[in-house]
Design a protein around this ligand. Structure first.
Ligand SMILES: Cc1cc2nc3c(=O)[nH]c(=O)nc-3n(C[C@H](O)[C@H](O)[C@H](O)COP(=O)(O)OP(=O)(O)OC[C@H]3O[C@@H](n4cnc5c(N)ncnc54)[C@H](O)[C@@H]3O)c2cc1C
Length: 383
């Protein structure tokens, strides 16, 4: 530790990075040792991504889901507004794009998932999605002007963040066109790469019948192979082809390239992370949380929320010499919107699959309440 000051560096100021910074700040104060908390992010624009499901229908404004991330971090944080280029793991130094060198004693990786449409040769700009603020806004124009025809929602590749989000998109499209009085003119089809609509069986038992009841056609075993954007045909590896008028395609995701280039992650960029201690495998004093890990659970904000205190606790324990590390149990909670006005609630961990009830108005209102609560309390590490 340089000059006895403990240097903790967090890469990424999204959901995981911000919560862990706030939690760590409190814990580090308890060690009574001098410390420096540094957060590195290229923009410090903090995006509340569940809001895309509202902005794509113009039911919320982009400026209300994208906030100044610096205001969500502890005041004593050293904030470096740059992209990380490399981590020299031997020397324990982070190098930014401008060449700034930031030494660390503890490193927390929270750089999320990168949308990587360039990974596939069939992607072009005629495809729509709602996985970034700009893409959701662009789609909102298209949806607003859509009068009749067939909409397909498909998955570019597994894994992708927020597993319910593509199905939620399909269910909300159904409700949107119903309320517009033109549902009979709009066909909605959902393509799942799996043998069922949703990955978790107990949730699928509730969701797929709702999709059927609403007339959303579910095409299973559909792994995207190619798209002919001129002829508007979508092809699967399994041999089917589907015509469309509007194709909403969840783009392929990867980890951030610098993680592979730094020898921390494999080619996919997902960081090999111990699912309980959240330590990065084969690295010293390095932790990861949120979408960037290879932990086989949902890439969700809620996952990062429940992982953050585990990392704060484990770094604290390491500093005070307590070897009994705290373990993450895989806890994830999530709302699953089934229409404008109803939602399911899902709660599970590594050992216990979710037991969803029925969609209710209560969880819908809870979901609406959650956005202000997220910015006021969750991101600030208060809960
Ligand atoms: C449509 C949609 C709906 C969703 N709904 C839900 C929901 O209802 N519930 C839920 O729990 N989750 C939901 N999610 C998922 C949730 O938003 C993400 O899982 C969550 O944001 C992950 O947090 P993270 O910190 O890992 O990544 P992010 O929040 O994406 O943050 C990553 C940060 O890393 C930074 N970064 C990237 N590259 C670099 C670099 N080279 N150097 C430095 N910094 C870098 C970025 O700028 C960003 O600030 C949804 C996602 C989508 C797309």
């Amino acid at each position: 530790m340089s000059n006895n000051t403990v240097n903790v560096v967090i890469l990424g100021a999204g959901t995981g990075g911000t919560i862990v910074a706030n939690k760590l700040n409190k814990k580090l104060k308890k060690t009574k040792k001098p410390f420096q908390l540094t957060v590195i992010d290229p923009s410090f624009k903090h995006v509340y991504q569940p809001g895309f499901l509202f902005t794509m229908f113009k039911k919320d404004k982009t400026h209300s889901i994208v906030k100044d991330g610096k205001k969500l971090l502890p005041k004593n944080t050293n904030m470096i507004e740059e992209k990380v280029k490399k981590v020299e793991t031997k020397d324990k130094v982070v190098i930014t794009e401008s060449g700034t060198k930031v030494p660390y004693d503890y490193l927390v990786i929270a750089t999320g998932a990168k949308l990587s449409p360039e990974k596939v040769d069939w992607w072009d700009d005629s495809l729509y999605h709602y996985y970034s603020p700009e893409a959701a806004d662009r789609l909102s124009e298209k949806i607003e002007n859509f009068r009749e025809g067939k909409i397909i929602i498909a998955i570019g590749e597994i894994p992708y963040k927020c597993p319910p989000a593509p199905i939620e998109g399909a269910l909300l499209l159904d409700d949107y066109f119903k309320k517009k009085g033109i549902r009979d003119k709009v066909e909605i089809q959902y393509c799942s790469p799996l043998d069922r609509a949703f990955s978790i069986k107990t949730v699928n038992e509730v969701i797929e019948p709702i999709m059927n009841e609403k007339g959303i056609e579910v095409e299973t075993f559909f792994n995207v192979d190619d798209v002919d954007t001129e002829e508007k045909v979508l092809y699967s590896l399994e041999g089917s082809d589907l015509d469309y008028d509007l194709l909403i395609m969840i783009p392929p995701h990867t980890g951030q390239p610098f993680l592979h280039e730094s020898g921390i992650a494999g080619k996919s960029g997902w960081v090999p992370t111990d699912r309980e201690t959240l330590r990065v495998q084969d690295q010293e004093n390095m932790y990861a949380l949120g979408d960037t890990t290879d932990i086989p659970t949902s890439k969700a904000g809620s996952t990062a929320h429940y992982e953050a205190p585990i990392i704060a606790e484990n770094i604290y324990k390491d500093i005070i010499g307590d070897t009994n590390l705290t373990k993450y149990d895989g806890h994830v909670q999530c709302f699953f919107l089934t229409e404008f006005g109803k939602s399911l609630f899902i709660d599970f961990n590594f050992e216990h699959p979710p037991k969803p009830g029925k969609p209710s108005r209560f969880w819908w209102w809870f979901k609406l309440f959650f956005k202000p609560f997220y910015f006021r309390a969750v991101a600030k590490g208060l809960v």
